[in-house]
Design a binder for this molecule. Structure first.
Ligand code: ATP
Ligand code: MG
Ligand code: MG
Length: 569
């Protein structure tokens, strides 16, 4: 069926298919494995994979691993895990480093065609001769080297004869171009660094723009979708594609055939969309890395982190994330989204899918004195108030219960509907109780309530219908399980933690109350849930059984989101 969703990128794809420019589209998601994926990447993943599948095409996962010093196999693993978790399957898994052989041959071709030269200027000298936005740059004194000399030097760079930074291979484009990226940009640099995929096979590494554009061409990518900051790089992207012309030079692909990776090159088109930004969040891998390395959070999968590993552990669902980004759509306009919009999407998703359970986070003992001490019964509760297909469960009920201490006050404020001394309240699904006695310790703290369960108000009885103002949740003390609840909140206290205008950094805006731990009880049917099961704890919030630490005997639940927006500015 024709996709209903539309935006400027889908329109381009649709036209390219209608006009016959392409009969089959191909996209790619190209993360650099130098950190964990974050919420912003969900927009890119959803766009790259989503568009390919909507139009019957393919999407590759490609690790843009051209900067060996910062990359690590740990990230390569985690990124694959994240993409799968979001529910996407890649066509081919590739590394830009798979193409180092082709990129090298393409470099020789550019030299032979008089379009690239080996430059002996060091990084500082290159910078000094680049010019400015208003002044053209100065040509390198090495720009007019002969093809033979360039080839010889490039081969010796590749053979490892020169130290780091001694030479570069530069494109010969235009030192007066208003686009700085076209002022004879470097295509290759010397770096004697071991690479996580190619080991020590290469002492030279291709620069990002060169490697990226040609990798797209090698894979036959038709639509290369990326974020707006690459708009200025598009002329260089096109320059590399148009001057190397891989699609007309299959001989350059020989190194891939040798590796058993035959590919059909094509001429890709780069299209840019805006980055996803969220308030109360930092979303650059560099800053997230600093939070981890400086011990300001508990690792990449800290549930407060905007990494996919973190947000997953926090209890977010892939569907909520996909709904979030698809509602925002695609545009060319950068903007910052309210964190509340993300939270509301999760609430909406979990409201429909999360089974209900009861949990008491701040327990206060309530003894029902008119039940015998060995009173034990089982009550049946439906798992979801609006969806019978989600079934029901059994909850133990005895003469001793846990209620939430916040549901009781001695001196009720105006409008209070819950429990007070001498007052009545409905226990969710169990009957109406009255508080008769408040027991305190020597310091005057309330340690226990005692009261009476109206025997005529049990579920299904006529007396259950009498009017009672408040309903509270509870957990049976005989069968409930002691539980750790981790209460998370926003990691930053200000909407724009990236604002460093007053000499501050995002570190200064960390929310000291973004993580709290309390101990209480859950009903047995929550404790036995598998890790990553999400529940709505009635009247309390949406929680997830912690992916790492939860067990049935020692449950650990993370608060994904409160029931309503309670953030105070
Ligand atoms: P960061 O700046 O956080 O380090 P990056 O852009 O360097 O991110 P890459 O691994 O290079 O991260 O990103 C892979 C793809 O994801 C790129 O196509 C990039 O455009 C896209 N992407 C990264 N961040 C965002 C974002 N905030 N919103 C949308 N797409 C993003
Ligand atoms: Mg990048
Ligand atoms: Mg980056």
């Amino acid at each position: 069926p024709a996709p209903e969703r539309t935006d400027f990128i889908r329109n381009i794809v649709r036209e390219d298919l209608a006009s016959g420019k392409h009969t089959h589209i191909k996209t790619r998601f190209p993360p650099e494995p130098n950190g964990y994926l974050h919420l912003g990447h969900v927009r890119a993943i959803h766009t790259d994979f989503g568009i390919a599948s909507e139009f019957g095409g393919d999407c590759n996962l490609r690790f843009d691993d051209t900067n060996p010093a910062k990359e690590d196999p740990e990230y390569v693993e985690a990124i694959q895990d994240d993409v799968h978790w979001l529910g996407y399957e890649w066509h081919d898994l590739r590394h830009a480093s798979d193409y180092f052989g082709v990129l090298y041959l393409a470099g020789e071709k550019l030299i032979r065609d008089g379009k690239a030269f080996v430059c002996d200027l060091n990084a500082e000298e290159v910078r000094a001769t680049r010019g400015t936005l208003t002044e053209p740059g100065t040509a390198s004194p090495y720009r007019e080297r002969s093809v033979e000399e360039n080839l010889d030097l490039f081969r010796r760079m590749r053979a490892g004869e020169f130290p780091d930074g001694a030479r570069t291979l530069r494109a010969k484009i235009d030192m007066a171009s208003p686009n700085m990226n076209l002022r004879d940009p470097a295509l290759y640099r010397i770096k004697h660094v071991e690479h996580q995929n190619t080991g020590d096979a290469w002492p030279i590494y291709p620069m990002y723009d060169y490697a990226h554009s040609l990798s797209d061409a090698i894979e036959g990518i038709t639509h290369s979708l990326c974020t707006l900051e690459f708009e200025d790089h598009r002329p260089l992207y096109d320059w590399a594609v148009d001057n190397v012309k891989l699609h007309e030079h299959p001989e350059l692909l020989a190194p891939l055939v040798e590796k058993g990776l035959p590919m059909e090159a094509a001429k890709p088109r780069q299209i840019e969309f805006s980055r996803l930004n969220l308030d109360y969040t930092v979303m650059s891998k560099r800053k997230l890395m600093a939070l981890v390395n400086e011990g300001l959070v508990d690792g990449w999968d800290d549930p407060r982190m905007p990494t996919l590993q973190g947000i997953r552990r926090r209890g977010y669902t892939p569907d909520a994330l996909k709904l979030f980004v698809s509602r925002l759509g695609l545009s060319k306009q950068n903007s910052t989204i309210d964190y509340t919009v993300l939270e509301n999407t999760l609430r909406e998703d979990l409201d429909g899918r999360a089974e209900r359970r009861m949990a008491v986070l701040n327990p206060l003992k309530f003894v029902l004195t008119n039940l015998p001490e060995d009173h034990r019964e089982t009550l049946t509760f439906s798992n979801h108030p609006k969806d019978e297909s989600m079934g029901s469960r059994e909850i133990g009920f005895s003469n001793v219960l846990w209620i939430d201490a916040d549901d009781f006050v001695e001196e009720p404020p105006k409008g209070w509907k819950r429990l007070v001394p001498g007052g009545e309240v409905r226990l969710r699904g169990a009957g109406i109780v009255r508080c008769d006695e408040v027991i305190k310790d020597d310091a005057g703290h309330i340690v226990e309530l005692r009261g009476w369960l109206d025997p005529e108000s049990r579920p299904g009885m006529e007396g259950a219908n009498r009017k009672i103002k408040g309903t509270i949740h509870w957990v049976d003390a005989a069968t409930g399980i002691p539980t750790e609840f981790r209460l998370y909140d926003r990691l930053f206290t200000v909407p724009n933690p990236d604002d460093d205008s007053e000499g501050k950094t995002y570190r200064d805006y960390l929310n000291p109350e973004s993580r709290g731990v309390v101990h209480g009880y859950v009903e047995a049917a929550a404790a036995t849930a598998a890790p990553e099961t999400r529940f709505q704890f009635e009247r309390t919030g949406y929680f997830v059984a912690d992916r790492r630490d939860h067990t049935s005997s020692r449950p650990v639940f993370n608060r994904a989101v409160t029931l309503r927006d309670t953030w105070m500015q």
